[in-house]
Design a protein around this ligand. Structure first.
Ligand code: IMP
Ligand code: MG
Length: 182
């Protein structure tokens, strides 16, 4: 188990995550009922969210994955976003729902939306588990939000610091000693 000294606070316990995901799944099932649906998960942070969310979506849907660089091993958005792994199949004419772990500055998603729009999907919406509204630099409309959270660096439930702590079943605030110097 993780050293408790690394964590200052459990922001969202596991049962609250799961309860909200049930609601999101129901909402998405209603919105896309009778329509084609492709969940596009952004690796790697959204994999735990995707796997729980898709089990709560009661209509037929496909999944695909994309990996893009954003923060690298650190904590600041580089602004330079590039594709590390592209989708397996074209999305032209499809209803695409991007599944993200967290929206911070909005740079990553704004870039991704532009890139995917050029591929002419039928519709393109965003579902994010976490949202940090106070950090937004680029305006990007988000249709489904799990939780708005304060401006704190969080880990767990897929989210990492330097590739670690993704396995925690809850969302936790990382102790500043873990990533500050001096
Ligand atoms: P944005 O481009 O600034 O919106 O950054 C989005 C990406 O930054 C997310 O997909 C995460 O990979 C990462 N990120 C932003 N805030 C956090 C955080 O608090 N913990 C872990 N990763 C974060
Ligand atoms: Mg991410």
């Amino acid at each position: 188990m993780i050293d408790p000294a690394l964590i200052t606070e459990i922001l969202i316990p596991s049962d609250e995550l799961q309860a909200r995901i049930v609601e999101l799944g129901a909402e998405i099932s209603r919105a896309y009922e009778g329509q084609d649906l492709l969940l596009l998960a952004v690796l790697k942070g959204s994999v735990l969210f995707l796997s729980d969310l898709m089990r709560r979506i009661e209509i037929p849907h496909a999944i695909d994955f994309m990996a893009i660089s954003s923060y690298g091993a650190g904590m600041e958005s580089s602004g330079a976003v590039r594709i590390l792994k592209d989708l397996d199949a074209p999305i032209e004419g499809r209803n695409v729902l991007i599944v993200e772990d967290i929206i911070d500055t909005g740079r990553t998603l704004s870039y991704l939306k532009r890139l995917l729009t050029a591929r002419q999907p039928r519709s393109l919406r965003i579902c994010t588990l976490l949202n940090k509204p106070s950090r937004r630099e680029v305006d990007v409309p988000v249709e489904y939000i799990g939780f708005d959270i304060p401006n704190k660096f969080v880990v767990g439930y897929g989210l990492d610091f330097a590739e670690l702590y993704r396995n925690l079943p809850y969302i936790a605030v990382l102790a500043p000693e873990c990533y500050t110097h001096g």
